[in-house]
Design a protein around this ligand. Sequence first.
Ligand code: NAD
Length: 496
Amino acid sequence: MTSLAHFEALAGSIAIPSKAVIDGKVTPALSGKTFDNVSPRNGRIINAVAEGDSADIDAAVASARAAFEDGRWRKKHYNEKKRILFKLADLMKRDAEQLALLESLDVGKPINDSLKVDIPASIKTVRYYAEALDKVYGEVGPETSDRISFAVHEPLGVIGCVVPWNFPLMMAAWKIAPALAMGNSVVLKPAEQSPLTALKLGELALEAGLPPGVLNVVPGFGAAAGKALALHMDVDMIAFTGSGAVGKLLMQYSGQSNLKRVSLELGGKSPQIVFADCPDLKAAAEHAAWGIFYNQGEVCTAASRLLVHEDIADAFVENLLGIARTITPGDPLSPDTRFGAMVSEEQMKTALRYISTANSEGCALRLGGRRAREDTGGFYVEPTVFDAVKADATLSREEVFGPVLAVTRFSDTGQALKMANGTVYGLAAGVWTKDVSLAHRAARELRAGLVWVNGWDACDITMPFGGFKQSGFGRDRSLHALHKYADLKSVSITLR
Ligand code: NAD
């Protein structure tokens, strides 16, 4: 069953979603316009997708607002909200293979990863917040003889979710599940590179019984649909994952419109520090390789900087290269592929440009560095490793969002921590050491929202996720995410 031929046949037989979901209806854009949705697997057009613009955003926001005001979702008993969200999770599970296929076709990630990571994690996210929604308690204030006071969490209203293309369904689930769990209405704007699973999710939500208008999905371009959503006077919050450049625009749009709240999950240049007393060099080398090459390096928490102690550096880098050589670009729809295509021609060119800059700045190319599988018409880049990357090199400072690793050697702990903190980002960081004190000290001193000791990406939906510094603010995942989509109201009753 699980062969390339199986997935190719499935791609030819399933209904590929192409329309927006607005006010409970699956609908073309009001303008009738569509845009070509290209697969990075082979550069061919998958389908024509509704090109939503400000008119569609207006319709979606009006529908979301009406749903919020009349309480068709917000006022439902929590048991009923739970039932519908669990039903949505069940439908996602029912269609998991289709969702995985749509994701891999759309963004070029290996089907095995879509099947085993993206889709199960998205389903788990919906279940997690369905389980949590009746465990949100308010507070009772300090007692006085003539007054009783309490604070309650109330939904914000209409939430605009703007998400990127690297984990399209998972990023959408991280936002819409807690937003809906708190009783809000949502307008989701998927990235133009990856609309398919979001559209399917919108259809499944209707099938699950989510009332019309509670979850609207409007595909379209960032500068049109995304901007219209972020400038809208009737949107209470924008929950965003994407680049710092767009994050800065969203703050401006908020100021230019209604001071809507903004939460930002942005990029990173995350360091992984391997100290000389690393407890497991083999595991550390595996994590160094997969920390950057997983999902073709298109991961906000990619371990794109490897800082390795000079005493072990030569042997460590050889081990790492040995593993990296086994990671070769392949067809995303083949179950054997562990490393697929980059999302778009543009993203591939960005990675190749950074590789060329690293070469010209004197970094030592040890592996890869070229486009691959060009004959397929797809957008593939070889796993690439540069050694001897200086702390001030472009590759040490800027996010590539592609499969390019910068290796830098260090001689003492203070220098390593200083280099680790030496970028504008602060999303994730890792340390490998046997020394408990060093592990704790590093965990404290690293300016990052996520710190992993002797592992990489060792967490899940139960722990908060987000950045320090220009990696953003606001947290996805965990129970904290619920409060992000709520306001706190104080009520005081005077006893007469
Ligand atoms: P992007 O910022 O270009 O696009 C993200 C989304 O914003 C898309 O839906 C896009 O259409 C929309 N958008 C673009 N311009 C807009 C505008 N003017 N107004 C409103 N919306 C607009 O980012 P990308 O290239 O899709 O994603 C890559 C970036 O996302 C990287 O920097 C990566 O690190 C970051 N990222 C962060 C996390 C995290 O959780 N911290 C997760 C994944 C990706």
